[in-house]
Design a protein around this ligand. Structure first.
Ligand SMILES: *Cc1c(COP(=O)(O)O)cnc(C)c1O
Length: 471
């Protein structure tokens, strides 16, 4: 294949994508394949001779599509959303054609300057104060790792990269029991060590860390000769939407001189609606904040926005500038590869530009507001269904429930059976979590094209399938 033929195939792909999105609701949400089915359908050895793209395309439909779980299905209520609004898909198509590598300003000035401007648009959109600077990371996990490395270096007088951690007093990082596993991995990779990730107990309906317990833990560690370095806060945790009391934790961290990183990977997108910001009030004191516009805002996966109060600390931690990467003669330029762990960087800002211009912030807010309202309406309905219990209340558009009819046996086994039966049915897709050790079923709304009818259909499906499992 050459570029002469590309246009014809590109038009075919565009038509395919449109048709896919217009009809995806007719497919089962979760892939209905068995492990190994796709692998076995793929030849064990690569072809020696060129094959016709017509055949490749046909095999894509025949082999690949049945093995896809449809994240763009309007009745995807599992995990958190991972969106692909059409203008951001177009931008991604353009980027894949240009394929620029955006490690330095000079390796793609437009990508760098677009990233600077888009991160500032997003900063304003979510209500972070002037002065925060943003960078696009490849994932929230990477942003959290970068923040943990920065808190480590700051506490070690910027000598940790050079000297390593051997022989030093233990560095201590604090987080609640509700934070995402990416926090554990950042602690492992940074060399701080799992034993030095201090879990602060949670309290109250928001399942946030107890500030008094945080204060006591920091004081005890200092008294024991250890070195507190930072706090990782959770705003909208993955299991139940757990949210720390941000302002109180910020105040304590400030008093003890600790670096603060806020993981708002999912809930951060909702902050474009001012009425949802009360749950992260105090965030303006944070050193570092991450949110994933691909999760709920609508940006095509992947896109993680990392905001920093003082980006110089991040650059001091991560920048290496060998001679061959220097941009000579240009003043005031930004080389974003000094802000991130990988050197090579994709041009991700273009899809934010297309998305925000195509819908305006008002169009994006309307969707998030609808998702929250519809999710709460379904919550009220499930709360009133006989045999159902609400386990955790709505945090933005996420809440959890349990099916516990009278006379039922082991509640964990019953709820696992329910969630599996729902996902085998295919009309909707849900996932489970554990709340205080017990199984609960999660429900969240956030797919870009979801309608109120889709959300209400989820209520019908849950009731119908649970009826078959009643004792
Ligand atoms: C999704 C999520 C993450 C992980 O995000 P990645 O971009 O996949 O690394 C981390 N924290 C929270 C709260 C999340 O919801």
């Amino acid at each position: 294949m050459d570029w002469q033929e590309f246009g014809q195939w590109g038009r075919r792909v565009a038509d395919w994508a449109q048709d896919y999105h217009l009809t995806v609701a007719e497919r089962p949400v979760r892939a209905q394949t068995r492990p190994g089915e796709i692998l076995n359908a793929l030849p064990e050895t690569p072809p020696e001779e060129p094959q016709d793209l017509i055949d490749v395309f046909a095999d894509f439909e025949r082999i690949v599509m049945p093995g896809i779980t449809h994240w763009q299905h309007p009745r995807f209520f599992a995990y958190f959303p991972s969106n692909a609004a059409p203008p951001s898909v177009l931008a991604e198509f353009l980027v894949s054609a240009i394929a620029p590598q955006c490690m330095l300003w000079q390796t793609s000035p437009a990508a760098t300057e677009m990233e600077t401007r888009m991160m500032d648009w997003l900063r304003q959109a979510v209500g972070l104060p002037d002065g925060f600077a943003g960078v696009i990371q490849d994932s929230a996990s990477t942003a959290t790792l970068a923040a943990v490395l920065t808190m480590r270096e700051r506490a070690l007088g910027w000598n940790g990269n050079a000297e390593g951690l051997a022989g030093k007093a233990p560095l201590r990082v604090y987080a609640s029991s509700e934070v995402h596993t990416s926090i554990d991995r950042a602690i492992w990779i940074s060399g701080i060590g799992q034993e030095n990730l201090v879990r602060i107990p949670i309290r109250g309906e928001n399942r946030g860390m107890d500030p008094a317990a945080l204060d006591a833990a920091i004081r005890a560690d200092k008294a024991a000769g250890m070195v507190p370095v930072g706090v990782i806060l959770c705003v909208g945790g993955t299991g139940t939407g757990a949210t720390d009391p941000v302002a109180q934790v910020m105040e304590l961290a400030e008093r003890h001189g600790l670096y603060t990183h806020v993981d708002a990977a999912w809930a951060g997108s909702a902050m474009i609606c001012p009425e949802f910001r009360d749950l992260w009030a105090g965030v303006e004191q944070a050193d570092s904040v991450v949110l994933n516009p691909h999760k709920w805002l609508g940006v095509q996966f992947d896109c993680s926005a990392h905001f920093l109060r003082n980006p110089d600390e991040l650059v001091r931690t991560l920048a290496i500038s060998p001679e061959y990467l220097k941009t000579h003669g240009a003043e005031g330029i930004v080389n974003y590869s000094e802000w991130s762990i990988p050197l090579g960087r994709r041009f991700r800002a273009l899809k934010i530009w297309f998305l925000i211009r195509a819908y305006g912030l008002e169009g994006l807010r309307a969707r998030i507001r609808n998702h929250v309202a519809w999710s709460r309406a379904l919550h009220d309905r499930v709360a009133a269904m006989p045999g159902f219990q609400i386990v955790t209340p709505p945090m933005w558009s996420l809440w959890t429930f349990r099916f516990a009819p009278e006379g039922a046996g082991d509640p964990d086994a019953l709820n696992l059976a329910l969630v599996n039966a729902i996902n085998d049915d295919g009309r909707i897709y849900l996932t489970q979590t554990r709340v205080d050790g017990k199984l609960a079923i999660r429900f969240q709304v956030g797919q870009f094209d979801t309608t109120e009818a889709d959300v209400m259909m989820a209520g019908d499906v849950i009731a119908e399938i649970a009826a078959g499992l009643r004792p």
